[in-house]
Ligand binder design. Structure first.
Ligand SMILES: Cc1cc2nc3c(=O)[nH]c(=O)nc-3n(C[C@H](O)[C@H](O)[C@H](O)COP(=O)(O)O)c2cc1C
Length: 165
């Protein structure tokens, strides 16, 4: 079974989340490919797709939104999951954070089966007016590998059952 994990990122931290998900699915026996959303990898040759995006002002980065918009009709019949990365605190590890309004719309567009919000990362030397301002109070890495691996494991279990049916 071929699985595509595609992601939108501005500052690089969502890439690692996508790689962790793909790594776990590979361990579980899936043939998994990771690609930036801006490459617009055609989902048609994959059996399942996971699309992730970093959150900025409550919205996914543009490339992730565009990916879902462009391939919505191809994604809808497939098993699809979405994830968001963002919160710069422990909140995503401590409780399930629902998708933002915009990401909920993307879920509808892709007919996604599920969504997870993972903690994000902001470097203390982040560049740009907004990012550097935020970094003064919110710099750190809140990506929770255990949470990400557990989520990927759940997807693997669902896909294996789907394949066996
Ligand atoms: C200007 C700015 C706005 C942000 N807005 C949000 C937000 O609305 N919600 C959220 O959870 N995280 C927000 N974040 C945190 C980022 O989503 C987090 O740093 C994420 O890990 C960045 O992913 P990337 O490195 O892949 O770009 C924001 C960060 C910056 C710098």
């Amino acid at each position: 079974m071929r699985v595509l994990v595609t992601y939108g990122s501005k500052m690089g931290s969502t890439v690692d989340i996508a790689e962790t998900i793909a790594g776990r699915l590979n361990e579980l026996g899936f043939a998994t490919e990771v690609a930036p959303a801006r490459d617009y990898v055609d989902p048609c040759t994959f059996d399942a797709v996971i699309v992730g995006g970093a959150l900025y002002a409550g919205r996914w980065v543009k490339e992730a939104r565009r990916y879902v918009k462009r391939f919505g009709p191809d994604l809808r019949p497939k098993p699809v999951w979405l994830f968001s990365s963002g919160p710069l605190d422990d909140s995503a590890s401590e409780q399930e954070i629902p998708p933002t309004w915009h990401v909920k719309a993307a879920m509808k567009e892709a007919n996604a089966r599920g969504h997870a919000t993972f903690g994000g990362r902001l470097d203390s030397d982040a560049r740009g007016f907004m990012a550097s301002g935020m970094a003064r109070t919110n710099a750190g890495d809140w990506r929770d590998t255990g949470q990400i691996v557990a989520w990927a494991t759940g997807i693997g279990t669902t896909l294996a059952a789907h394949d066996a049916a």
